[in-house]
Write a protein that binds this ligand. Structure first.
Ligand SMILES: C[S@@+](CC[C@H](N)C(=O)[O-])C[C@H]1O[C@@H](n2cnc3c(N)ncnc32)[C@H](O)[C@@H]1O
Length: 334
């Protein structure tokens, strides 16, 4: 028997959505890595330039300046918290109550007053009237919902005519050649961890994730498995090895999602009624290239200096059509 079938049958894995699979349990969905939101801006770090590239990418893609925006699935408040200083108002809609609490705390701590975070149960209509928003940002979230096509239809409904939706998606094709099946160990504090197994069916555009929660720290689970974090691969996790850990198992869960490819994501919006969809280059990638192309000694030393360089570049790049999946970013126009 295959290890995933064994988890489903012998461990009686409970089916859940992506929120219950992981997001409800995370204090910080980004591991407190977000510049500005969790870390002071540091102009010496490429990732911080890329973050500014993402901000201006979202802002200009959705024509967001001084407008009312929706952030679909903000996680820790990204990108809404960094876009907020440029927009009139942003609502962040989350399928996880825990994430709403974290986003709201972050907004309060940062003194961002024009963003509000709201909970909506996944799979239910969005709690907004038709044509409510001037623009919508969705970063790595559409593919996490129970029915991504229905999600896009809801985003279409709440977007005003001629409004723009900017989607940043996780491209499944990046997992070809050996990463279709992966294992990941997530520490959940001093005495718990979750072993996550991914099974990505790239051709059929769907993903199964299995989560095994153990009453033991991440470090100790690695020891019990007689492995190192590196050697903890999908193939190393046999039924026998997992069976030996059963006495520490707290629960087993499985989350099945439809994970549309870039090609599918570029097609569905047209079926739904959007007038135009196009993949583009990304502000984030171009900001990273800019960082690399300028000698370190000429890097600006503060946020304003970096923004002066990154902002005009992102504005151009996010409107520049690219082949699909070059940068996994799409704009759809209602
Ligand atoms: C991968 S995280 C992305 C977070 C953030 N946008 C970012 O890019 O860092 C996906 C987020 O989408 C949220 N999400 C999943 N399904 C949702 C739904 N049906 N409605 C609203 N949010 C949802 C999850 O709770 C999670 O916070």
């Amino acid at each position: 028997m295959d290890v995933l079938q064994w988890i489903e049958e012998a461990l009686d894995a409970k089916t859940c959505n992506s929120e219950d699979f992981i997001y409800e349990d995370m204090d910080s969905q980004s591991g407190r890595s977000l510049p500005i939101v969790y870390q002071e801006f540091d102009s010496r770090r490429k990732g911080h330039w890329q973050d500014r590239g993402s901000l201006f990418d979202f802002l200009f893609s959705v024509r967001g300046e001084n407008n009312k925006l929706l952030d679909f699935g903000p996680g820790d408040g990204w990108p809404s918290l960094i876009v907020a200083p440029f927009a009139a108002e942003i609502i962040g809609i989350e399928g996880s109550e825990k994430r709403v609490a974290v986003c709201s705390e972050n907004a309060t701590r940062l003194g961002v007053a024009n963003v509000e975070y709201v909970f909506a149960r996944p799979g239910t209509p969005l709690p907004f009237g038709d044509d409510t928003f001037d623009g919508i940002m969705a970063s790595s979230s559409v593919e996490q919902t129970p029915d991504p096509q229905a999600t896009l239809a809801e985003l279409f409904r709440v977007l005003r005519p001629a409004g723009r939706l900017r989607i940043n998606y996780e491209s499944l094709s990046g997992y070809r050649n050996g990463h279709e099946r992966d294992a990941f160990l997530w520490g959940m504090g001093a005495d718990r961890c979750r072993l996550i197994l991914y099974d990505r069916d790239i051709e059929h555009e769907c993903v199964r994730q299995y989560g095994l929660t153990y009453a033991v720290s991440q470090k100790n689970l690695v020891k019990l498995l007689d492995a190192s974090e590196r050697s903890l691969t999908f193939d190393s996790l046999t039924i026998q090895r997992l069976e030996a850990l059963s006495y520490r198992l707290l629960d087993a869960r499985v989350c099945r999602t439809t994970h549309p490819s870039g090609q599918t994501l570029a097609t569905w919006p047209l079926d739904i009624g959007f007038s135009e969809v196009y993949p583009t280059h990304s502000g984030s990638t171009s900001a990273g290239m800019l960082f690399d192309s300028i000698p370190k000694k000429r890097h600006p030393s503060d946020l304003q200096g970096v923004d002066e360089l990154v902002r005009p570049l992102a504005e151009v790049v996010c409107a520049l059509a690219s082949p699909l999946d070059t940068d996994p970013m799409l704009t759809a126009v209602k």
